[in-house]
Design a binder for this molecule. Sequence first.
Ligand SMILES: Cc1cc2nc3c(=O)[nH]c(=O)nc-3n(C[C@H](O)[C@H](O)[C@H](O)COP(=O)(O)OP(=O)(O)OC[C@H]3O[C@@H](n4cnc5c(N)ncnc54)[C@H](O)[C@@H]3O)c2cc1C
Length: 57
Amino acid sequence: MTLNVRNVAVIGAGLGGLACAIALHKQGFEVQVYEQAKDFRPVGGSLGLFPNGLNFW
Ligand SMILES: Cc1cc2nc3c(=O)[nH]c(=O)nc-3n(C[C@H](O)[C@H](O)[C@H](O)COP(=O)(O)OP(=O)(O)OC[C@H]3O[C@@H](n4cnc5c(N)ncnc54)[C@H](O)[C@@H]3O)c2cc1C
C-alpha cells in the first residue's frame, strides 16, 4: 500500500514540534502547527544544545 500524504498537522509548538515541522517542510510537506498556548511567556528555563544538535542545518 502506498500512502500519498502531503499535508501534516503537528500538535505543539515546543522544540520538538517546531523541529519536526521544519524537517517535514524541508522534505516538501505542507505543515500546519497547532499550539494551545495563546502567547509566548518565559518559564524561567533555558535550552542547552550540544554541538551535534546544531548540525541539523
Ligand atoms: C522551568 C524549566 C526549565 C528548563 N530548563 C532547561 C535547560 O536549562 N536546558 C534544557 O536543555 N532544557 C530545559 N528544560 C526542558 C526543556 O524545556 C524541554 O526538554 C523541552 O522544551 C521539551 O520540548 P518538547 O517540544 O518535547 O515539549 P514542550 O516544550 O513542552 O512543547 C510542547 C508544546 O505542545 C503544546 N501542546 C500540548 N498539548 C497540546 C494540544 N493538545 N494542542 C496544542 N498544543 C499542545 C504545549 O503548549 C507546548 O507548547 C526546562 C524545562 C522547564 C519547564
